[in-house]
Design a protein around this ligand. Structure first.
Ligand SMILES: Cc1ncc(C[n+]2csc(CCOP(=O)(O)OP(=O)(O)O)c2C)c(N)n1
Ligand code: SF4
Length: 340
């Protein structure tokens, strides 16, 4: 009689490593860890097929806490290492966890190229708008005028919107969520996990030691409905405590309007379309700053060929045309010469 091996379903516990979590008590990074550990067992992927690659920073300690393969790599270089892994082993689910400093300062170059290549990585950026690990220097997402240890008179740098950078680099999946809303965080990660190309998720994350309260209005149940706008595909851009505020486009300028005032109806509001071919509305949304609400959700989700699939095909076509190669043949091909 054939004996069937019973495959035990995975649980959140299966993804918890035996390492002590060293983040400060109350750090927003815990929320991401908990939701990722909750999500992975539901994806139907064997645990040995997950890999978490990080750079350097508090956020980049993430792989230690996951009972998966992983690597705490080099400052800003996680996308390069993760890209190599994904190309060599396309069947793996490869995740990058990084910070705003790691991804947008030293790692800006690697970040934009991962976005434009559309390689199948899940890239999460914990954006606390500060360097946490090195104790409070300003980062590329710190606000103009922000006083930090390296900007004692206030920053004169104009900050990046990570979502705008990702969209500008041609990313096919771009989303933003916040550490304080666990349901939204989990659902956003799920959408990213399902996306075949590069999936970028910005997580607004509180660093309670060096930049506490950066996202208070989004965390506080009293203020959050007026401070955020939840993006839903095909739905009008509506928000507010009473659900009666919305975004109307005046040419290329978005404005906040109130339904029922001045003859405004829901039909006047812009409608969110995450799969719009030109991505123009997504870019507008990514530039929202006070008094406009902070958009949360999926800005853009479109399909394009994944880099690893194209690369595998390219290699198969070359082999079919020229037969299997060897390193020796390669070294002796093309322009070679003998030094006398
Ligand atoms: C080559 C190199 N340069 C600088 C540093 C110092 N360094 C370590 S982490 C970090 C910034 C981390 O900030 P962020 O990515 O925002 O992560 P957080 O700690 O806030 O999670 C810097 C500058 C380093 N480790 N290596
Ligand atoms: S310094 Fe900030 S980002 Fe780093 S672990 Fe502490 S609270 Fe989190």
């Amino acid at each position: 009689m054939n004996q069937m091996t019973e495959i035990k379903p995975l649980t959140r516990k299966d993804f918890e490593s035996d390492q002590d979590v060293r983040w400060c008590p109350g750090c927003g990074d815990y929320a991401l860890l908990a939701q990722v550990q909750k999500l992975l067992p539901t994806l139907g992927i064997p645990r040995e097929n997950f890999a978490f690659i990080s750079g350097i920073g508090c956020s980049s300690r993430f792989p230690y806490y996951m009972e998966t393969y992983g690597m705490h790599s080099i400052h800003g270089r996680a996308p390069a290492i993760a890209s190599g892994l994904k190309l060599a082993r396309p069947e793996l689910s490869v995740w990058v966890v990084s910070g705003d400093g790691d991804s947008l300062a030293i790692g800006g170059n690697h970040f934009i190229h991962a976005m434009r290549r559309n390689i199948g990585l899940k890239m999460i950026m914990l954006n606390n708008r500060i360097y946490g690990l090195t104790k409070g220097q300003y980062s590329p997402t710190s606000e103009f005028g922000k006083k930090t240890k390296t900007t004692p008179l206030g920053s004169i740098d104009r900050p990046f919107s990570p979502v705008s950078v990702a969209l500008g680099a041609g990313a096919t999946f771009v989303a933003r969520t916040v550490d304080s809303d666990h349901t939204h965080l989990l659902e956003t990660l799920r959408r990213a996990a399902e996306h075949p190309g590069t999936a970028f998720v910005e997580v607004l994350q509180n660093c309670l030691v060096f930049n506490d309260g950066a996202y208070n209005t989004l965390a506080d149940k009293e203020t959050r409905d007026d401070a955020r706008i939840l993006l839903e595909h095909g739905k009008p851009l509506r928000f507010g405590k009473d659900g009666n505020k919305g975004i109307r486009m005046r040419g290329f300028d978005p404005e906040v309007v109130t339904i029922g005032e001045g003859g405004v109806t829901e039909a006047d509001l812009a409608v969110h379309d995450e799969s719009a071919p030109n991505g123009g509305l997504a870019f507008f949304l990514s530039q929202f700053a006070a008094p406009l609400p902070v958009p949360l959700g999926v800005f853009r989700s479109v399909e394009a060929p994944a880099y690893e699939a194209l690369s595998t095909q390219l290699a198969a076509d070359a082999r079919a045309q020229k037969g299997p190669g060897t390193l020796e043949k390669l070294f002796n091909s093309g322009d070679t010469w003998t030094i006398a």
